[in-house]
Design a protein around this ligand. Structure first.
Ligand code: ZN
Length: 413
């Protein structure tokens, strides 16, 4: 079927961007890839094409693979209620949805995803298949099921806790199962009836227990919070990332500007990452302008912004990745900061910045090629001309299974 991947490829281009912060732009340069890792970066005239099985001269820009730091691979975004759908379909159908979303991410240039909520075991299992070369897809950093209060947001996936002991053992269990991040529902959510998005629903003592156990296990904690009080509680508990992070008061109205500013400063001082899930196609009761203003405030105060689209929610398939890039630019972040939020910054938030998020010798060969210079015009990211994940090339235009060198059991064994 697929032909075996070449073990080594040299790619030469008009420029190579190794990092967006600090800026690393190398004109007329090349990236060498061997056995899924980068083994050379530098001026193309100093490269040794004869040492590689394949030489691709691509033009345009080679840059680090993109990251979506908030996805739900198990969700079919065409469903009105993807949570109910995910728990009602057969395991085979669910695995099909996960694999399909993963392949679509790759074609969009996304080579790493952080999955923040899926039915127990499913996405963890898929992530292992990718890691072992048995499935094509982005690297998956997964939380498995979220932790939530009894009947709290996304309780349908399990993960309901109401004692310190229960929280502690739930985290240990997830760590043993292979989760790399713990997702906690600090507030309710709009997709779960009987929960309130503007109330802190996870007890502070349980949140502290989750953070302590997760950090002891070497895992990060991602806190879903849709209101200002939830954000404050999450920062106070020492979580690593705040998801959504909208500054909304208990009555559903936007927080006064001074309070939003104060919270933004607290977040920046704590070094907490914020994944604002700001997207130009994401329906929300608060206006895009207001939410964009909060992102701008956070960014100006020095908070660490990471890009995550909540991919999988209704109407938001993997192909809409670029809408999140566009949204952060519309919010007022610089193009370099937006690109960093989509590469190096989330890698840092996930604790995998030695592996992904940049291009350097020894790092995983996750990269994409775009026409032109993305720092001058972010629209170049809409159509990558080549995507490489773990050294394997995916043809971004093709929907076919016959893509050359696509990961398959036969090509990796
Ligand atoms: Zn989500």
């Amino acid at each position: 079927m697929s032909k075996p991947a070449p073990e080594s490829v040299l790619i030469t281009a008009a420029q190579v961007i190794t990092s967006f912060d600090p800026p690393g732009v190398l004109p007329n340069s090349a990236v060498g890839v061997r056995n899924g890792r980068i083994d050379w970066v530098g001026n193309r005239h100093e490269a040794s094409p004869e040492k590689y099985q394949q030489h691709l001269d691509v033009g345009g820009t080679i840059m680090p693979g993109l990251i979506d730091a908030h996805v739900h691979l198990a969700f079919d975004s065409q469903e009105a209620d993807p949570v109910a759908h995910a728990v009602s379909i057969s395991p085979e159908a669910l695995n099909g949805t996960i694999a399909d979303n993963a392949a679509r991410f790759l074609r969009s240039g996304v080579t790493t995803v952080r999955d923040l909520g899926s039915p127990p075991g499913t996405v963890l299992e898929f992530g292992r298949s990718v890691q072992n070369g048995f499935a094509a897809g982005p690297t998956v950093i997964a939380s498995d099921h979220p932790l939530t209060r009894p009947r709290g947001h996304l309780w349908a996936f399990g993960g309901q806790v109401d004692t310190v002991r229960g929280a502690d053992s739930a985290v240990s269990h997830l760590a043993a199962a292979g989760a790399k991040v713990i997702k906690v529902m600090v507030t309710g959510g709009r997709m779960t009836a009987g929960t309130s998005p503007v109330a802190v629903e996870f007890r502070p003592d349980l949140l502290s227990a989750v953070v302590a156990r997760a950090h002891a296990e070497g895992l990060s904690v991602a806190a879903h919070s849709l209101c200002a009080e939830g954000v404050r509680a999450a920062v106070a508990a020492g979580v690593d990332t705040i998801e959504h992070g909208t500054f909304i008061e208990a009555d559903g109205t936007p927080s006064p500007e001074a309070r939003a500013m104060e919270l933004a400063r607290q977040i920046a001082d704590a070094g907490t990452f914020v994944c604002p899930t700001l997207h130009d196609a994401h329906p929300h009761p608060i206006s895009f302008e207001q939410r964009g203003q909060w992102v701008r405030t956070l960014w100006e105060q020095g908070a660490r912004i990471i890009l995550g689209n909540d991919t999988g929610i209704p109407g938001l398939p993997p192909e809409q990745y670029w809408g999140g890039i566009h949204a952060l630019e519309m919010a007022g972040m610089s193009r370099e900061a937006v690109l960093h939020a989509a590469t190096g910054m989330p890698a840092l938030a996930m604790g995998i910045s030695a592996e992904v998020g940049g291009l350097a010798v020894g790092m995983r060969a996750d990269l994409l090629v775009v026409d032109g210079n993305p720092i001058a015009d972010l629209r170049h990211l809409q159509r990558p001309t080549l995507v490489m994940a773990r050294g394997l090339i995916t043809s971004p235009q093709s929907q076919s299974e016959e893509d050359p060198w696509q990961a398959s059991p036969s090509s990796r064994r």
